[in-house]
Design a protein around this ligand. Sequence first.
Ligand SMILES: O=P(O)(O)OC[C@H]1O[C@@H](O)[C@H](O)[C@@H](O)[C@@H]1O
Length: 305
Amino acid sequence: MAWKVVEDKDGSSKIIISEPGGSTAEVLLHGGQVVSWKNDRHEELLFMNTKSMIKHPKTLLRGGILICFPQFGDFGPLEFHGFARNKLWVLDPDPSPLPPPRTNSSIDILLKSTDEDFKIWPHSFELRLRITLGPGKLVLIPRVRNVENKVFSFTFGIRNFLSVSDVSEIRVEGLETLDFLDILKKKERYTEQADAITFDGEVDRVYLSTPSKIAIIDHEKKRTLVLRKEGLPDSVVWNPWDKKVKVIPDLLDKEYKSILCVDSTAIESPITLKPLEEWKGHEELSGVSSSYCSGQLDPRQVLYG
Ligand SMILES: O=P(O)(O)OC[C@H]1O[C@@H](O)[C@H](O)[C@@H](O)[C@@H]1O
């Protein structure tokens, strides 16, 4: 198997996944959080805050990939982004069959509701996450099963902290002409007018009914990240910029430049599950090394080709 469990000095468990092409990923059972994804050239593709690594090894790792369940953001009465990101997950001893088949570089992790969770959100669930590392790509398949005898609904998000050279140089393509809720303006609804999303200030938006493919083009890194998704119709785009970053604990003032969150979410229409029903989402991130600067890569080819 191309993964191993490593015990950190503080007692937390980390799973290191590798694949024959040379890329690696690291997953913490605390929070079910992907904390690193490196390509075959050992370049980190996810942002992770340096402060938490150096100063407070046990506190919030702001970065990587987070699972927001049973609520995304403040779209509901629960704690911000839900409680799953603060819970201890386990390796799933008996993952139910799921196409595509597991590879040697797949892990399945599981979070089951506890009595403590029940006091906060009175529903019984099983939240599964398959993480598969492939050559140049990382695939996440979340599943939620209703294991009680009444219907429940939830919102969901895969928050991707992407590592970018400088957010003000990034173009996000695939969201143009779509409607979005602007979190910074009391969630008012607007229509995107720009032909690509670029950044010159704080952005916090929920783009609605987005396409299955979004490209994040980083000229300086000569890299395009392509996000493909299914079952997660909305896309959140977030960057705190220079003022908001100052009030976020664990982030250095300058770190906002290296962060771009483009998340796969289900927010506008919550997911509803009948007893014993299961919902499944799918996200694939792939890094395309590009010579876009010299015009050899047409971003439209990445998106539509
Ligand atoms: O700091 P957190 O809880 O990880 O969230 C980060 C940000 O996530 C965004 O989605 C929110 O709209 C912001 O308000 C928030 O600051």
